[in-house]
Write a protein that binds this ligand. Structure first.
Ligand code: GDX
Ligand code: MG
Length: 376
């Protein structure tokens, strides 16, 4: 029995319903859950169930985790229901995908047919999209788990994945996963699946994932701090080697190669935002010349110093000192990440899509080889 779950919050109900209809009309799918609350979505599902013969339900988020109530509660709601209903395969897809089609489901089902216990979707992304993935999650996974598959996973934060058989229960009952009600939810199952030794297949969606992008990087502040907290607090034990396969990546479509993931003009002023209470002291605790460069960045906008080496030092310090909910650390992490993303945009994105992506991949390899330094 295969089920598809779409967590949705403030999405266009017609888009949610369109995606539900695609999933419900797939011959491999027996059940579709739209996880969230909307009268319009609820009113629209009976017609989809009638037309497709697939069971379709709207399930409100249960309060399960201990962090900010968010996407994590929605995913955990679906995971618990899947265990209770004895679901064999559960797919997750973001509800805001505008190019969702049967290929997303069929590709994952085909990998599960080969015996893989977890399938994650990968897809080409704009050079300035995925800036939390490239600047936080992948570097931290590389520093913590250098010799494992974790830093090499294409989309470790992607909301598109399939869990099979007892991998569902393993993830659903993992205390770390259940606790993570916020954006940290994307990190925890990625780690839990590998840590429990499950085989992993990465299915490549060559058209890319079309969904709502961002204006200023400010919109990503909550996601940044929650994703950082999630990865920084993963256990130190090295996960085992797992059976892993990845489909070849096709060249990124032209539209993505030239797409901008965020607005540079609306982001630059964020560097100079007022210091939060206690932030000056946290800046002063950073090593070497970094404190002086941070203050200079705030007055002149100079982000030249924020290359991959300085960023690595900052991640090391932050992985010890950062506390979720501490305004000083949250403000500083966001300010530094903003500067790091602007540095990368000026220095590398300006050289073209292929060069930018090659640079990002190179930073992750270099973080993997700098192992041995303590990362919490
Ligand atoms: N039920 C419910 N409750 N759904 C939620 C909630 C919530 O509190 N918050 C978000 N969602 C839904 C949302 O409607 C969408 O369908 C999905 O979760 C993802 O949210 P979105 O705002 O589209 O996230 P974004 O910025 O596109 O990030 C996604 O991709 C990131 C990535 O791949 O880098 C999302 O899956 C992230 O978790 C992921 O890190
Ligand atoms: Mg989205």
């Amino acid at each position: 029995m295969s089920t598809v779950a779409f967590p949705f919050k403030e999405e266009d109900p017609d888009l949610v319903l369109a995606n539900v209809a695609v999933a419900a009309s797939n011959s491999r799918i027996d059940m579709v859950w739209a996880v969230g609350e909307s009268e319009v979505v609820s009113a629209g599902v009976p017609a989809i169930a009638m037309a497709t013969g697939t069971s379709v339900e709207v399930i409100p988020d249960s309060r399960i985790g201990i962090f900010r109530p968010g996407k994590g509660d929605a995913m955990n709601t679906a995971l618990r229901r899947a265990v209770a209903d004895g679901v064999d395969r559960i797919h997750f897809y973001d509800a805001d995908i505008t190019n969702f089609d049967h290929g997303w489901i069929d590709g994952a089902e085909a990998a599960a047919d080969l015996g893989y216990q977890a399938v994650r979707h990968t897809f080409p992304r704009a050079a300035t999209d995925a800036m939390i993935t490239w600047m936080v999650t992948k570097p931290m996974l590389a520093m913590k788990y250098p010799g494992t598959v974790l830093p090499t996973i294409g989309q470790p934060l992607g909301g598109e994945l399939l869990l099979v058989g007892d991998a569902i229960e393993a993830v659903a009952t993992s205390p770390g996963v259940s606790a993570r009600s916020d954006w940290g939810i994307d990190t925890l199952p990625t780690h839990a699946m590998v840590a429990s030794g499950r085989s992993l297949y990465e299915h490549h969606v060559s058209a890319g994932k079309s969904h709502s992008l961002y204006g200023s990087l400010d919109e990503l502040k909550t996601m940044l701090v929650e994703c950082f907290d999630a990865v920084a607090n993963l256990p130190d034990d090295q996960p085992p080697e797992v059976d892993h396969a990845r489909e070849d990546e096709s060249p990124a479509p032209e539209t993505l190669r030239s797409q901008t993931g965020y607005s540079v003009d609306r982001t630059r002023p964020l560097l100079a935002s007022p210091l939060a209470s206690g932030e000056a002291e946290v800046i002063a605790s950073l090593p070497g010349a970094i404190p002086a460069r941070v203050h200079r960045m705030m007055t002149t906008g100079d982000v030249d110093y924020l290359d991959e080496h300085v960023w690595w030092e900052i991640l090391l310090v932050a992985s010890e000192g950062f506390t979720l909910g501490d305004p000083a650390w949250e403000s500083l992490l966001f300010r530094l990440w903003t500067g790091r993303v602007l540095n990368y945009t000026h220095t590398h994105v300006s050289r073209g899509y292929d060069a930018a992506l090659a640079y990002l991949a190179g930073t992750i390899r270099s973080y993997q080889t700098n192992s041995g330094l303590s990362v919490k």
